[in-house]
Write a protein that binds this ligand. Structure first.
Ligand code: PMT
Length: 230
């Protein structure tokens, strides 16, 4: 069905008239003026989804954390740094979105008090601790909107992938979740390939290991299929 949908899309631009908003890449949580907390997300998965959606005719906005990637053709890109920053932009963009895909690896916690000056190493301190506080849950804020877009979350897991992904599907009130096992070599963070287990409320589909570009086309076709059947 997915292969059929992709062929169908390519010939008639089935997503024309739809606005897709996609978050991609990591967030950066400042510690002081020169340091931050972040993760290994490269943005490749989210940018591939954006590229696939635009190639099928959608209007696409990418909300990108700090990544080193060129903007795909025909996409509008808004660069952000922190989770709070991404949250604010995502809420503003989601208002006129048909589909929202949360592929960004958002920091769950931020530094409680960002130091105004560079933290200094001292001879008396062999250990140091930094207090963290929870960041807003971006995708959960989107699904709490009165007129919410069809919302797809991602789940990056290192164990019990299906169990944790299904928990997030329910807890974050998502329409669909794409789970990846980020403990496996050659897929997940910063690789060119990935594999996904996609869940929705009464179904699931496995998208086996392949290039993120191909995988993104399959995922976009699957999302479109679910949007139509919702
Ligand atoms: O960027 P790449 O190098 O190509 O790697 C791709 C990827 C591994 C980053 C991607 O496929 C992926 O799994 N993205 C989600 C990573 C993540 O943060 O997952 P999570 O299980 O911690 O979060 C669950 C969902 O909630 C995600 O949709 C996330 O965007 C969202 N979230 C999380 C925390 C938060 N404060 N706000 C959120 O919206």
């Amino acid at each position: 069905i997915v292969e059929h949908c992709i062929k169908h899309f390519n010939t008639n631009h089935s997503l024309a008239g739809q606005h897709w908003v996609i978050t991609a890449g990591p967030t950066r949580e400042a510690i002081d003026p020169v340091r931050y907390i972040s993760n290994h997300s490269s943005g490749k998965m989210g940018f591939s989804i954006a590229d696939a959606a635009q190639s099928f005719g959608a209007k696409v906005t990418i909300i990108a954390g700090p990544v080193n990637l060129p903007t795909p053709n025909n996409c509008t890109r808004i660069d952000v740094q922190s989770a709070e920053n991404m949250h604010e932009i995502a809420l503003a963009q989601a208002v006129n979105a048909d589909v929202f895909v949360a592929c960004a690896a958002v920091a769950d916690y931020k530094v409680a008090k960002i130091s105004e000056h560079k933290l200094k190493k001292t001879s008396s301190n062999d250990a140091m601790s930094i207090a963290l506080v929870k960041n807003p849950d971006i995708v959960a804020s989107i699904t709490a909107l009165k007129d919410k877009p069809f919302t797809v979350g991602f789940a990056a897991e290192t164990q019990d992938v299906e169990h944790y992904a299904k928990g997030k599907l329910v807890r974050k009130n998502l329409d669909m979740i794409a789970a990846n096992d980020v403990a496996k070599q050659g897929q997940g963070f910063n690789s060119d390939d990935n594999a996904l287990k996609v869940f929705w409320h009464n179904g699931s589909k496995e998208l086996p290991l392949t290039a993120k570009k191909q995988l993104a086309e399959q995922l976009v076709a699957l999302i479109h299929d679910r949007v139509q059947n919702d």
